[in-house]
Design a protein around this ligand. Structure first.
Ligand code: HAM
Length: 426
């Protein structure tokens, strides 16, 4: 009986993994320019971190976590997102006390959510995200938004839409919350079971319900923007002004509600508007969070960040027909004939590799013609032909596969010769 990978997971095989490596490198380089440093946190955490951090009333905590008891009887959860872990680490390592603030992190790694798998929605997916902790300056909100957009634009995506909202501060949200309860209460019985609970626990979540989306009360629901107090309004205005000075276009959507509880002030999503992208159009999301650091045991400090999945980024690149400049070929292939030559080839390939040249050879005892075929299939730029005769003469035959040109090079000069060829061809 054969065993397949679990539903909602995937193997990333050569041919695709080069694309992953390329985008991961590009994203890391983008972070370097914005001065965000890499943080790596564990893949599993104490369940309580997400219950408190992400929020008990969210779908993620209620329905989607991979939670299990470890052999020591502790409740452990595979991380469904990165922010709670980053904040936990920031508090645990007392990073808030270090001189260089704000703290700017980026992360990349697998996350786990027990969701119904479909295109762009996996049970294991890789998130790239950033978090800036320790500053309440609206300019850093704008910086995060710029990095988020740029991460798509630099890879060549064009059909993007930045959707922005403000969820206000605590006071504004409480006023909005009361208004939402007043608004939806008369329709309580008509709402789904989940929303009836949400109305008591976290009425904002009602606006995000997939089942009740078409209920007439949704359209007339009070907008958060009407309940922003002066500080929150001013904060939102400043974020928008900074976006304007950078020439970043956005659409304000007062109904934008994020799937996690920790947000206030700035909340945003980036959508793909490319045709054929699929049913799920959200590429990434993020926002500001004020209560989270304190919730996890740290000081009253706020942060802002966003995350995207690499899976959806690659889907968007495909939908917009962007070809990434990934080289799946090979620098050179060593064609070998004869026992003595075989020994010399083992030595030579090793020396070439140590000199920085990408090289492969045959390990299946293939005939010369078949070795040439293999070199061709692998997309090798050069073929080095080494037979016992060449060995005796102290030479090696170098064939340029693009031009078909052949040249005899002295064996003791081959490494320098190839180094020049490869560097020159780049
Ligand atoms: P999120 O909206 O839950 O936010 O997820 C962010 C992004 O992760 C989504 O926009 C999507 O690209 C990707 N994603 C989420 N679930 C899946 C899935 N099942 N399959 C594939 N991709 C998925 C967060 O996780 C927050 N931690 C973002 C954040 C960072 N907020 C502040 N800082």
């Amino acid at each position: 009986m054969s065993i397949n990978a679990p539903r909602g997971t995937q193997d990333i095989l050569p041919g695709t993994s080069e694309k992953w490596q390329y985008v991961e490198q590009q994203l890391a380089d983008l972070c370097r320019r914005y001065n965000y440093k890499e943080i790596r946190t564990p893949i599993f955490e104490h369940t309580e971190l997400f219950q408190r951090g992400v929020g008990d009333s969210t779908d993620i905590v209620q329905k989607e976590m991979y939670t299990f008891e470890d052999r020591g009887g502790r409740s452990i959860t595979l991380r469904p997102e990165g922010t709670a872990s980053v904040v936990r680490s920031y508090v645990q390592n007392k990073v808030f006390g270090l001189p260089n603030q704000p703290t700017k992190y980026f992360y990349m790694g697998p996350m786990f959510r027990y969701e119904r798998p479909q295109q762009g929605r996996m049970r294991q997916f890789v998130q790239f995200g950033i978090e800036a902790l320790g500053s309440d300056d609206p300019a850093i909100d704008a910086e995060v938004l710029s990095l988020a957009l740029n991460s798509y634009q630099e890879l060549g995506l064009k059909s993007l839409k930045l959707v922005l909202n403000s969820l206000g501060d605590k006071e504004s949200r409480e006023a909005h919350r009361d208004a939402l309860v007043r608004h939806f209460d008369p329709y309580r019985e008509e709402l789904c079971q989940d929303c009836q609970v949400r109305l008591d626990q976290n009425p904002l979540r009602v606006l995000d319900c997939k089942k009740d989306r078409k209920h007439p009360a949704m359209e007339t629901a009070p907008s958060i923007l009407e309940y922003l107090n002066d500080y929150s309004k001013d904060y939102f205005e400043k974020v928008k002004q900074y976006l304007d000075v950078m020439g970043i276009e956005y659409v304000v959507d007062p109904n934008l509600v994020r799937g996690l509880d920790y947000y206030n002030h700035t909340a945003f999503e980036i959508m793909s508007e490319a045709e054929g992208f699929g049913a799920i159009t959200t590429l990434s999301g993020g926002g500001r969070y004020t209560g989270l650091v304190k919730e996890v045991g740290g000081p009253e400090t706020s942060g802002i960040g966003f995350a995207m999945s690499i899976e959806r980024l690659l889907m968007a690149l495909e939908a917009e027909n962007v070809t990434l400049p990934v080289d799946e070929g090979l620098d050179c292939y060593c064609v070998v004939m004869g026992e003595e030559a075989e020994r010399a080839a083992v030595k030579l390939t090793d020396q070439l590799r140590r000199a920085g040249i990408q090289v492969d050879k045959d390990y299946l005892g293939k005939k010369m013609k078949a070795q040439f075929k293999a070199a061709d299939r692998l997309g090798s730029k050069y073929v080095l032909v080494l037979g016992d005769q060449e060995l005796e003469n102290g030479v090696i035959n170098v064939k340029d596969m693009a031009s078909g040109e052949q040249k005899e090079v002295a064996l003791d000069e081959i490494i320098e010769y190839m180094k020049e060829k490869i560097a020159g061809g780049e």
